[in-house]
Design a protein around this ligand. Structure first.
Ligand code: AHR
Length: 491
């Protein structure tokens, strides 16, 4: 039997658990909005056309914030098209996803949905085809009480009270050549700084996010963050990070170790931000908003043919996740939590149908993918403070990251209750883990695993789980099955 030890100590406090770590993302992409959160005529649709089954699953998922309306979509979006009487709203081409956007859902519908789902909205402004003026107009529409053209328009559209959106993304993935209105770092840095400066003239307390890199493999990674922050350091609170992972060429071992890349990403961006701060002689710290992360089989999407027509809400990016994907998602969550001192916001991309934990059928059921479970469990059980854990674990060799520990874990504590979140990356061997520290016994433990690492849930066949199964314990020792995500609660 493989054996590992994990030491925890309440003195090894990293930071409070940030509720915004459990953010998610709704983009006008594929079926995320239309037939995802919104489907008038669906048997569960409420008076606003929102699917009640999706709302219930969103609440069960435990998400806290939600980024909107994109993503790549935002860089061509005119938000004014999607407010006011629905019958007067124009349909537009969405160049980012080769679709037609009917504008049936816009900022007012989205805010209503957020209220129903109990989510904090996080808005992105278009810095691709638009600029400072349009961002200010949207801010005024959303946050000003009344008595101005934009705020009175919101009131006339049915929202008497302002939405008071606190967190704003200054564009999306502006480093990517695929982005409409893509810019180099200096061009984007200037525009982001001017937008931030103007938005702060309205409300200095807004929380603003500058675009970082779209992935750590971008050729401009590092240099992009440095230049953008040189322009924006005093004007923003966050720099964003985006990362997607997939199993490539059947290399499950490397895939299960993908959190190694996320950790490297976080370390590199933190170091870059701090270096810019040092150069500027600033005491301020820039935090990280990991506002797009997930497993995404991007290679399948890149090889898909571009359709000849411009469909409304086509099936796009509908990845069907298996057990190993859920374990990878769990490992990425462990990394986000473990870095809660600097990663203070994050968004699982996305929420419904598009690389999502929740799937729907038009007119049919909504159901949980495998990846739903680690997110829901972490959102529910990670409370209090995050603790730094010391692990002593056997390792394995990976093609992508070299030698990697089989055990990947973090812990949170409220004082009364300590919870360990742990992944066994071994593809074929159980791992016995003994926890040392001020804990006396396991209160309960669950595992998400399956003899078939490629087992999937579907609308009709819910496996593996739900819910994750109980895991037996002996004192403070538990045996983690191969390829498993585990939540262990201690007294
Ligand atoms: O989440 C899907 C897409 O991934 C987003 O639109 C974009 O920001 C990223 O490249």
């Amino acid at each position: 039997m493989l054996e590992a030890r994990l030491t925890i100590d309440p003195a090894f406090r990293v930071a409070p658990v940030r509720r915004r770590t459990f953010g998610t993302f709704v983009e006008h992409l594929g079926r995320c909005v239309y037939t995802g959160i919104y489907e008038p005529g669906h048997p569960t649709a409420d008076e606003d056309g929102f699917r009640a089954d999706v709302l219930a699953l969103t609440r069960e998922l435990g998400a806290t914030t939600v980024r909107y309306p994109g993503g790549n979509f935002v860089s061509g979006h005119r938000w004014e098209d999607a407010v006011g009487p629905v019958e007067r709203r124009p349909a537009r081409l969405d160049l980012a996803w080769h679709s037609t956007e009917p504008n049936r859902v816009g900022v007012d519908e989205f805010m209503r949905w957020c209220r129903k789902a109990g989510l904090e909205p996080m808005m992105a402004v278009n810095l691709g085809t638009r600029g400072v003026g349009e961002a200010l107009a949207l801010l005024e529409y959303c946050n000003h009480p009344n008595g101005t053209a934009w705020s009175d328009l919101r009131v006339a559209n049915g929202a008497k009270r302002p939405y008071d959106v606190r967190m704003w993304c200054l564009g999306n993935e502006m480093d990517g050549p695929w982005q409409i209105g893509h810019k180099n770092a200096a061009e984007y840095g200037r525009l982001a700084a001017e937008t931030a400066r103007a938005m702060r003239m309205y409300d200095p307390a807004l929380e603003l996010v500058a675009c970082g890199s779209s992935s750590s493999s971008m050729p401009t990674f590092g240099a992009w963050e440095a230049t953008v922050l040189e322009h924006t350091y005093d004007l923003v609170d966050y720099i964003s990070c985006h990362a997607y992972y997939e199993e490539k060429d059947g290399d499950l071992g490397s895939f299960l170790a993908c959190a190694t890349d996320m950790q490297h990403f976080i370390d590199s961006v933190t170091a870059t931000a701090d270096a810019v701060g040092a150069k500027l002689k600033s005491r301020k710290k820039i935090n990280l908003s990991f506002d797009e992360w997930n497993v995404w089989y991007q290679s399948r999407f890149q090889n898909a043919p571009v359709p000849a027509d411009w469909p409304v809400a086509p099936r796009l990016l509908e990845d069907h996740y298996h057990l190993a994907d859920a374990v990878a998602v769990g490992s990425l969550l462990i990394t986000l939590l473990a870095n809660s001192d600097r990663v203070t916001a994050a968004c699982l991309a996305q929420l419904v149908n598009v690389i999502a934990p929740i799937m729907t059928e038009p007119g049919g059921p909504a159901w949980r993918q495998t990846t739903f479970h680690p997110f829901a469990q972490a959102a529910r059980h990670a409370t209090g403070d995050v603790l730094r854990v010391e692990t002593d674990s056997p390792t394995y060799d990976t093609a992508d990251y070299g030698e990697v520990p089989l055990l990947h874990a973090t812990a949170t504590t409220t004082g009364d209750q300590t919870v360990v979140f742990a992944v066994n990356r071994s593809v074929d061997r159980p791992l016995s883990v003994t926890v040392d520290g001020p804990v006396t016994r396991v209160v309960d433990a669950t595992t998400l695993t399956d003899p078939d690492v490629y087992a999937r849930n579907s609308a009709g066949t819910p496996r593996p789980g739900p819910p994750p199964r109980p895991l037996p314990a002996d004192g403070t020792t538990v045996t983690l099955p191969p390829v498993s995500w585990n939540v262990i609660r201690f007294a």
